[in-house]
Design a binder for this molecule. Structure first.
Ligand code: SAH
Ligand code: SF4
Ligand code: F3S
Length: 474
């Protein structure tokens, strides 16, 4: 139904809104736009929010058509945090034009909280990760109550379950399922435990029921998410299942083709998880295993609780369990006190492991973390130099790895058909089991193959991805 004449509701933000009736109440249905920064946990939260709002009759649109713009933020380094402020600065003129309002969620929202309201009056909702479940109702209240502002910033003791009953909202063939929130590790450089709270595992029953519902609606691949998935169940939450037991349960769900998980702390990888890579055919042969540094002295100061030898031993066992295992990592250069020799040690491990890909960052001071108070901060230009040499060598290793794929026949989960940058044709995009991105040019759209597992011959390695030719779909 279209917007009724409804006494008591006015305001520009409702101009495009339409309404559904629930009991005696008119509930607004609006246009929304979500912008997501940060890790997969934020991506997972945004995907849930999008499904929840669409199932309420809201429509996902561009920022200029939106009645509410939702920003899911990251505060892991200074740069992403600053991005949020400059984005809000830019949005000021759009919302002045359109009358929309803004909701800020995620880790910067948790950190700054209601402080946003003073600087950016058009921000009418701030929500932390434990508040995501309440966002759809909060947005509906805000839409029908001009001038109201709300915050959902409390941490809860337990994992806050979110509604999953969205029969009409489509899902991507590759879906995320959160299995835990928060982190207890307090690595010296990291703000995550402060902005995501303590570790809280979800019950296996709700994880499995969400996986089943996603598979029923078209997901073929599931990535289990958490800041430290290997310590799943080792807190007051969960229901007694270990991470490996959970993996085994999810892997055999009918209709699931592929299983992945992220992120793993090396100190918590159990021998059973390594063994699972050799036994579970659905478990993809790739693991993101953040190393942070190759120097034992730096690892000790970071509070990572493993050393270089232990890290390399896990790598050796993983590759033994699953030949062809793809390993990716996170690296911080220029942690306080990092010497040239420490940095060499990181370069040595890169040479030894030959990561297929990595994410590397300059150490960035975060408010309140232990490293902020450490002496011997590394000068900016030294950090920049170290980062550039790490990234240059990684780029060579990635290029070698991609070239080695040429001529191989791989299975690709087709995720989306998109316009090609080059001659403007169309191309299917997906990933092979190791997580390498594969583009498959097609003459015309043809049948909708979203979610199909295609057999693809890799024809060419590009800088960050592969080009392939479709040989068959099941
Ligand atoms: N839970 C994950 C990491 C989450 S944060 C884990 O334990 O591996 C993602 C990455 O950001 C980290 O692995 C680290 O490499 C980087 N990072 C975190 N804090 C940082 C800081 N203060 N400066 C630079 N990089 C940082
Ligand atoms: Fe941060 Fe360490 Fe927790 Fe990862 S394990 S989120 S790096 S504190
Ligand atoms: Fe960023 Fe928060 Fe993830 S700080 S990396 S979005 S947990």
């Amino acid at each position: 139904m279209t917007r009724p004449e409804f006494p008591g509701i006015s305001g520009k933000s409702l101009a495009r809104g339409v309404y559904r009736v629930q009991g005696m109440h008119y509930i607004p249905r609006m246009n929304f736009h979500i912008l997501t920064f940060g890790c997969q946990m934020n991506v997972g939260d945004s995907q849930w929010l999008s499904r929840a709002l669409r199932s309420r009759g809201w429509q996902e649109t561009t920022d200029e058509q939106a009645d509410v713009i939702i920003i899911n933020t990251c505060s892991v380094r200074d740069k992403p945090e600053q991005k949020v402020y400059s984005l809000l600065g830019r949005l000021a003129s759009i919302v002045r034009e359109t009358g929309a309002f803004v909701a800020v969620g995620g880790c910067v929202a948790q950190q700054i909280g209601a402080g946003f309201w003073n600087r950016f009056p058009f921000v009418r909702l701030v929500f932390g990760t434990d508040g995501v479940a309440g966002v759809p109702q909060a947005l509906e209240r805000l839409a029908s109550t001009p001038r109201l502002r709300l915050s959902l910033l409390d941490f809860s003791e337990e994992y806050v379950e979110r509604g999953q009953d969205f029969p009409d909202a489509s899902v991507s063939p590759s879906a995320f399922v959160t299995i835990m929130q928060g982190c207890n590790n307090f690595c010296a450089y990291c703000i995550v435990p402060y902005v995501r709270g303590r570790q809280k595992s979800r019950t296996s029953a709700s994880i499995i029921s969400e996986c089943e519902s996603l598979i029923a609606r078209g997901a073929r691949e599931i990535t289990l998410l958490g800041q430290n998935v290997n310590s799943y169940g080792q807190d007051a939450g969960g229901d007694g299942l270990s991470f490996t037991q959970l993996l085994r349960r999810v892997a055999v769900l009918p209709g699931l083709a592929r299983l992945r998980f992220v992120t793993s702390h090396p100190k918590d990888i159990a021998p059973e998880v390594v063994a699972a890579f050799g036994e579970l055919e659905q478990l993809c042969p790739c693991l993101h295993l953040p190393m942070q540094s190759g120097s034992d002295a730096v690892l000790a100061r970071m509070g990572r609780k493993y050393d270089r030898a232990r890290y390399l031993d896990i790598v050796r066992r993983l590759r033994q369990a699953r030949p062809g295992m793809v390993l990716t990592t996170d690296i911080i250069v220029g942690f306080p006190g990092e010497t040239e020799q420490d940095f060499r040690a990181t370069m040595d491990v890169l040479e030894e492991v030959r990561f297929e890909r990595s994410f590397s960052f300059k150490y960035s001071d975060r408010p309140g973390v232990a490293a902020e108070r450490m002496a011997f901060k590394v000068p900016e230009e030294v950090k920049a130099e170290r980062l550039a040499s790490f990234q240059a060598r990684q780029a060579e290793l990635t290029a070698e790895d991609l070239r080695a794929q040429e001529g191989r026949r791989v299975s690709v989960l087709l995720e989306e058909l998109s316009k090609r940058q080059d001659e403007g044709g169309l191309s299917w995009r997906g990933r092979e089991p190791g997580g390498r991105v594969v583009d498959i040019p097609v003459i015309d759209g043809g049948p909708d193959l979203t979610g199909a597992l295609a057999t693809v011959r890799i024809s060419l390695a590009r800088k960050h991805s592969l080009l392939g030719e479709m040989e068959g779909t099941p």
